[in-house]
Write a protein of this length. Structure first.
Length: 266
């Protein structure tokens, strides 16, 4: 990594209040092209609130979010609605999987793809004749992405019938279909067995290379965080308490204290 590279994400003094609760307090972060960065911290530290503020779901109380593809100027994202942020190139998965459960696996990926097509989701549903070619491309591209995450054999299954780990991979495929430059993964390994977690790690590394992605992940599986991340940010009670390489974080006394102080189920 070269430190003179333009960050593709710059978060400056981000804060979020919920009534009297300061869920995020003055948090700074940057991500460089093709970096894999983890955001960790005990339960309730503010990690999901951070994701929600950066991806437009919450309006931050204070602070600024700037982002832009490599080779382009960064643009201020404050005030932009979530679907416009997705279109701009920031895609995400959710802690509680949010698939369209009665749609097929392939249709779920096609929904992501329609962020990029002229036809849009309405024409896709009503099958407007003028959009047939584009629609075929959407199907082909969706199928390719299913192959990428190892789900092509399940393309006609209803999404709700997939095992849990496969649903998480499908969410990643749907996010990739929007052609992001920055992908947010909210606890991608949650509920996965050790074998699925290893496969997920390989998948994350593969898609970073193939799609030239930067990735920010929230994850409680420390084995995965330490072995996958280029850098790690640590939060506690809404504030950033540390940032550094996995080795620096592992030996940081404040981080050790934050983790030893939390309950065992975290
Ligand atoms: N919409 C909301 N309204 C009020 N309080 C909220 C809201 N969302 C989050 N909070 C509170 O903000 C704090 C931070 O929550 P957040 O979900 O961001 O933490 P987290 O680090 O993602 O936790 P976990 O690891 O358990 O997912 C918590 O005290 C939570 O109860």
């Amino acid at each position: 990594m070269h430190t003179d590279q333009k960050p593709i994400l710059e978060v400056k003094s981000l804060s979020k209040n919920f009534g009297g609760l300061r869920a995020l307090n003055d948090v700074d972060m940057h991500i460089l092209p093709k970096e894999i960065v983890a955001l960790i911290g005990p339960n309730g530290a503010g990690k999901t609130t951070f994701f929600n503020c950066v991806t437009g779901i919450y309006v931050p109380t204070e602070g600024e979010v700037w982002a832009g593809r490599e080779g382009h100027e960064n643009k201020k994202l404050n005030g932009i609605v979530p679907h416009e942020i997705t279109k701009y190139g920031l895609a995400r998965t959710f802690q509680n999987i949010r698939l369209f459960s009665s749609m097929t696996v392939l249709e779920n990926v096609m929904v992501g793809r329609h962020t990029r097509t002229k036809a849009g989701i309405v024409n896709a549903i009503f099958r407007g004749g003028a959009f047939k070619k584009e629609e075929q491309d959407t199907v082909d591209r969706g199928y390719e992405l299913l192959k990428e995450v190892g789900l092509e054999k399940h393309w006609k299954d209803e999404a709700c019938n997939l095992p849990y780990g496969a649903q998480r991979r499908l969410e990643i495929a749907r996010a990739l279909a929007t052609e992001p430059f920055l992908l947010f993964l909210d606890e991608p390994a949650a509920g996965m067995n050790p074998q699925e977690t290893v496969e997920l790690k390989e998948l994350v590394l593969r898609i970073r290379e193939k799609f030239n992605l930067s990735i920010l992940l929230i994850e409680h599986d420390m084995g995965m965080v330490m072995s996958l991340s280029d850098r790690i940010y640590v939060m506690e009670y809404g504030s950033r308490i540390a940032a550094g390489t996995p080795d620096e974080i592992r030996h940081n006394p404040q981080v050790i204290r934050a983790y030893l102080g939390e309950s065992e189920d975290a």
